[in-house]
Design a binder for this molecule. Structure first.
Ligand code: HPA
Length: 306
């Protein structure tokens, strides 16, 4: 007899907390696949393009999507179940268009855990991409530089991450239609994509580094003691995004490229306080270089996933 049937026959009204949690998570996991499918269907009803590459454009980088040719712009508010961005510098539109001959989907801004969204909500757009048949996602973000060489304005390819956000988008019942219950994260950031990106950066004369990204919850910036701790455990960069999206992407079999723009030296690295304006200003200053790199990398990724 199924657990559902046996619980129906119970006369007692007391339900153990464990049972409520299991039921709630099973429902939400069931619903996530259908919700993502509905969002994907809606997006496909707005454009005839079928992108296999998606980009998440972080702070200040959204402008890249304004350059897509033949673009359809869809406000997140119109896409069924899509979370709404509240952060400054995040426009909140999905842009489907072409970079050269390659169809791409670009998110102008993302949502973050610190806005109060759950890890599943933050990762939802990635689930939608999975349902759209996207095979590669380029995640960009602003980050604080922990390693001293990672000075303001540097672009860094993410080689790995440390999840210190205390949450994971895959908790609760697993939906096998997305991926395995326990999926591998040993090569979360695609080695070939990383090599291509460093190669293209060299060709463009952009000094490019690789580093480990520590994902924290935010929204407060870190203390100098926290940054010393992060350096000790092997982090080179620190930020408040990306990790839930990477976990969901790998769960769904999507290959990942992560690139950080170092918008500031992390707390305590220099003898000066941090502020969000500086983060936005640096992202704006580096935007041209960042976009140039993305334009060079997209055709290489398209070849790699062909
Ligand atoms: N810490 C966390 N997140 C960030 C930072 C930082 O220093 N800079 C940009 N995003």
């Amino acid at each position: 007899m199924s657990a559902k049937k046996s619980s129906k026959r119970k006369t007692s009204k007391t339900v153990s907390p464990g049972k409520i949690a299991a039921k709630a998570s099973a429902n939400s996991a069931d619903g996530e696949f259908e919700r993502a499918s509905k969002a994907a269907d809606f997006i496909f009803s707005q454009t005839s393009l079928r992108p296999r590459i998606a980009l998440v454009l972080g702070s200040g980088l959204g402008a890249f999507a304004d350059e897509f040719a033949g673009a359809t712009k869809i406000p997140y508010a119109k896409i069924p179940h899509f979370p709404q961005s509240t952060a400054i510098g995040h426009a909140g539109k999905l842009v489907i268009g072409k970079v050269g001959a390659i169809p791409v989907a670009g998110m102008q801004g993302r949502v973050h855990l610190y806005e109060g969204y759950s890890a599943k909500e933050v990762a939802f757009p990635i689930r939608v991409f999975a349902r759209m048949g996207v095979k590669a996602v380029i995640l960009t973000n602003a980050a604080g530089g922990i390693k001293r060489e990672f000075s303001q304005g540097r672009l860094v390819v993410i080689s790995d991450h440390i999840n210190l956000q205390g949450v994971n988008p895959l908790t609760g019942a697993n939906d096998d239609r997305f991926g395995l219950r326990f999926h591998d994260m040993t090569a979360a950031y695609d080695k070939r994509f990383r090599e291509m990106t460093v190669g293209e950066a060299n060709r463009l004369g952009i000094g490019m580094y690789e580093g480990v990204y520590a994902g924290l919850l935010g929204p407060s910036y870190e203390t100098p003691a926290e940054i010393r701790y992060l350096r000790t455990i092997g982090a080179d960069l620190v930020g408040m995004s990306t990790v839930p999206e990477v976990i969901a992407a790998r769960h769904s079999g999507i290959r990942v490229l992560g690139i950080s723009c170092v918008t500031n030296a992390a707390a305590g690295v220099l003898d000066q306080p941090l502020n969000h304006l500086e983060v936005l200003e640096t992202a704006e200053r580096v935007k041209g270089q960042f976009i140039g790199l993305l334009k060079a990398v997209i055709p290489r990724i398209a070849e790699a996933i062909a």
